[in-house]
Design a binder for this molecule. Structure first.
Ligand code: LLP
Length: 415
């Protein structure tokens, strides 16, 4: 086992080098996402170390920064893509086409056209269909390449109802329909390579029993089908602790449980972690611009908001926040709020060294679904992102300008 496999299962916000964060914020301004590629590598090593015979496909949707995709592809990961755009990113980051999987969820025509055209050039690409309809649409496009079938295992899990997919009719074909559909696809000439399911995102604690059930149903299905499967893909969803007092997932135990639940079956096990590989590799830096005392409490306005990090507003998600200030100040209760004109634009209420205007705050576990879900709502430019790797640091996505806000607009040319 390499030393990185033994690396700590979570990097807490308190472990980030505050002097370095301070320097990065001064150099590149805020709000600023910082991603540590060394930590991404460590997370991948720990995941592949826990699942030594499995193939690890990074779920790109958690963070599609080219530097992140390159880092993971170089480390040996495959890339699971949710759209044509993600497939394009995976390939241009240098991921080998045989390690790219496109998971089609109600795919728009353009996505299927693109995936089929990629597979003409790179027949190693796998397309995962989650509806009978999608298989027909592939046939109409003369695609008979590598096909995986996403099933709905009837069991879901996740940190919020909005990210629990396993039992949601939107995702996959009913598991009992899978054997006949796979046989038909095989008959029709597809290269049927795998079965796929994903319980949901942010699986921890009690949710593990749902995960176990899903894996066991997938094992049963793999033994039941008549086609030779190259792989059995059980999706991602491995959770990380967002609160400082929470334990991290015991990955070795999860891997053991997974193996046990799967039982003996043909084909390689595939896991698709997104969050686990990148969450704690990223922090969001934001500066205090307004302090408003209200009785004993205070509202602390910062320059990052729901447009920079949507998770608190969208899922009531908690992200730890720490002050990157060396001055010795007594703690105060502070409601940290963004600059968006909506009451949902609040990170939460924290005990922080009494914040003052100009203070730098760091938001933890921002590497997954952070920048990725940023928007320009309220015409707010998206932040810059910086990658660090050992001593080195570099901007990998520049900050948007006000000019970028109107970049796509054109004078209306009435017909
Ligand atoms: N595989 C499939 C087919 C997925 O749909 C997803 C996530 C993953 C893998 C990776 O799940 P992860 O390991 O990252 O939990 N925006 C939400 C999360 C949405 C996840 C959607 N699918 C959040 O910020 O919590």
């Amino acid at each position: 086992m390499s030393s990185s496999v033994r690396s700590s299962p979570i990097r807490r916000l308190a472990e980030w080098d505050t002097a370095r964060l301070d320097e990065l914020a001064s150099t590149h301004d805020t709000p600023l996402y910082v991603t540590d590629l060394e930590r991404v590598r460590e997370n991948y090593e720990r995941m592949s170390g826990a699942f030594p015979d499995a193939s690890v496909m990074y779920a790109a949707k958690a963070n599609t920064a080219k530097a992140v995709l390159q880092t993971l592809a170089e480390a040996g990961a495959g890339i699971e893509c949710a759209s044509a755009g993600e497939v394009e990113r995976a390939l241009s980051a240098g991921c080998a086409p045989e390690k790219v999987q496109y998971t089609a969820v109600n795919p728009p025509e353009e996505d299927l056209d693109y995936a089929v055209s990629v597979s003409t050039e790179h027949p190693e690409l796998t397309i995962t269909a989650g509806a009978e309809d999608t298989i027909s649409r592939l046939t109409e496009r003369d695609f008979f390449g590598r096909l995986c079938l996403r099933v709905n295992p009837g069991v879901g899990a996740g940190h919020h109802e909005k990210v629990s997919t396993g039992a949601n009719a939107k995702f996959g074909v009913p598991i009992d329909r899978a054997p006949s559909l796979l046989a038909e696809a095989d008959e029709a000439g597809f290269e049927v390579v795998g079965i796929h399911a994903h319980a949901g995102s942010g699986i921890r604690g009690e949710d593990l029993s749902a995960h176990r059930e899903l894996v066991s149903r997938m094992g049963d299905l793999a033994r039941e089908v008549d086609v030779d499967l190259e792989f059995v893909d059980i999706g991602g969803g491995f959770g990380v602790p967002y609160r400082s007092e929470e334990e991290s997932l015991d990955l070795t135990a999860v891997a053991e449980t997974t193996r046990e639940a799967l039982g003996e079956c043909e084909g390689t096990l595939v896991v698709e972690p997104g969050r686990y590989l990148v969450a704690d590799a990223g922090v969001l830096l934001t500066r205090v611009n307004t302090v408003k005392p209200i009785g004993e409490e205070r509202v602390v306005g910062v320059d990052a908001g729901m447009t920079t990090l949507a998770r608190p507003a969208l899922y009531d998600a908690y992200h730890e926040i720490r002050s990157v200030v060396s001055a010795d100040r007594p703690d105060a209760t502070a409601t940290v709020a963004g600059p968006i004109c909506e009451s949902g634009d609040v990170f939460g209420t924290y005990e922080l060294p009494a914040p003052e205007r100009g203070d730098l705050l760091a938001v933890g576990n921002a590497g997954a679904y952070g920048y990725e879900m940023a928007s320009q709502y309220n015409s707010r430019p998206r932040p810059a992102t910086v990658v660090i790797d050992g001593e080195r640091s570099a901007v990998d996505r520049r900050r948007e300008t006000l000019g970028d806000m109107t970049r796509l607009e054109q004078e209306v040319a009435w017909l």
